[in-house]
Ligand binder design. Structure first.
Ligand code: NAD
Ligand code: UD1
Length: 342
């Protein structure tokens, strides 16, 4: 059994490749390295002692994708390939729509040609939009997004639902991730953002390691117990294991299913920063500043369906996430780059 991991060199993709290999599946990876390094896969090979055939291709390029299916018997595609910076998507909507939609469309088209009819898709809690009550449940309507990135997830979900509706042999699993953080416990693979991190945990770790002076906490006047925003942080290894469970589900079911992958627990920004400092014994200098546009005060998952149907649940704690994020960052102050620390 082989899975094709599109976007396999990225943060979640590399952890997912590792998890599939450890559970005895063959993995083939495709990535154009627009936001990653092939060093991540090399390290996954080192950790598992197994080889990953790697195709450095843009998955929007049909002619470049076809040889993967000619050379390997692919049973399922795990589709991570996409651009993911919310702010950048507002500046570059065409690039986001073109890349994210064409990646999924092209993969599906080639899959159809080769008779491969199982896809696991990386969606996001952002599809719940602005107005749904918390906790989010899969049956809620998808909402109004505030940015093109979010819309590409809503649209991709619709495209895949349409593909599965048109051919009863297809199996599509839409996974709505909450906030993935953490890293593999080895400290060899982890999140490696380009430039200034947009997301909270990589910013925290870069402050802790001395690459940035201080963290700005966006907003202390939200209607939450400590005034800072609440999110459902999930360990990336738990998330990766959720993909194996989803693939195993897709092997025996057809149609479309949607699952939230979260812990079901909300944690505030201040709580996350304090836990990070306590668990790791390092200071994270921070200041409270104004709200960031577009942020919701609070959201977290109802994670019951994944537990009930997939038999999967997140097992790692916030302390584990903080410890593993720091272990990765302190051992790789510049991520996968060989350059000296800044
Ligand atoms: P990432 O940027 O680390 O990984 C995405 C990978 O896809 C990168 O390696 C990139 O080089 C590759 N890629 C992008 N466009 C490509 C193309 N056209 N052809 C080939 N490769 C391409 O991001 P990640 O955090 O690992 O996220 C993976 C997926 O999960 C993305 O689709 C993202 O939108 C989604 N997601 C992420 C989060 C999160 O917080 N990290 C939350 C919800 C959903
Ligand atoms: C964001 C995106 C979401 C995307 C997710 C993962 C928005 C509105 N949402 O989620 O669509 O799926 O990233 O890529 O952009 N924070 C700080 N200081 C910082 C960074 C963040 O205080 O330097 C706060 C934020 O205000 C937020 C929390 O930390 O309250 C988490 O932020 P972040 O990691 O960016 O994730 P989300 O905003 O939840």
């Amino acid at each position: 059994m082989a899975v094709l991991v599109a976007g396999g060199c990225g943060y979640i993709g590399s952890h997912t490749c590792l998890e599939f290999l450890e559970q005895g599946y063959d993995v083939v990876a495709a990535d154009n390295l627009c936001n990653s390094s092939a060093e991540s896969l090399r390290r996954v090979e080192e950790l598992t002692g197994k080889k990953i055939p790697f195709y450095e291709v843009n998955v929007c390029d049909r002619a470049a994708v076809r040889p993967i299916f000619e050379n390997h018997k692919i049973d399922c595609v795990i589709q991570f390939a996409g651009l993911k910076a919310v702010g950048e998507s507002v500046q570059k909507p065409l690039e986001y729509y073109q890349n994210n939609l064409n990646a999924t469309l092209t993969l599906c088209d080639v899959m159809r040609e080769f008779g491969v009819k199982r896809m696991i898709f990386s969606s996001s809690a952002t599809v719940y939009g602005l107005d749904n009550p918390i906790p989010y449940v899969e049956t809620m309507p998808t909402g109004e997004c505030t940015n093109p990135y979010g819309w590409t997830k809503v649209m991709s979900e619709k495209i895949l639902q349409g593909v599965a509706a048109a051919d009863p042999e297809w199996s599509v699993v839409l996974l709505r991730y909450f906030n993935p953080i953490g890293a593999h416990e080895s400290g060899r693979i982890g999140e490696n953002p380009n430039g200034v991190p947009n997301n909270l945990m990589p910013y925290i770790t870069q402050v802790a390691v001395g690459r940035r002076e201080k963290l700005s906490i966006f907003g202390q006047d939200y209607p939450t117990p400590d005034g800072t925003c609440i999110r459902d942080y999930i360990h990336v290894v738990d998330l990766a294991k959720g993909h194996v469970a989803a693939m195993e589900y897709a092997m025996h079911h057809t149609g479309t299913e949607i699952f939230n992958l979260g812990t079901g627990k909300g944690v505030s920004v201040t709580e996350l920063v304090e836990t990070f400092e306590q668990v790791n014994g390092v200071a994270v200098p921070h200041v409270y500043v104004g709200r960031r546009a577009g942020d919701l005060a609070e959201y977290y998952a109802n994670a019951d369906k994944a537990r009930r149907v997939l038999g999967w649940q997140a097992e790692r704690s916030i302390a584990d996430m903080c410890r593993d994020s720091w272990n990765w960052q302190k051992n790789n102050p510049n991520g996968y780059s060989n350059e000296k620390p800044l």
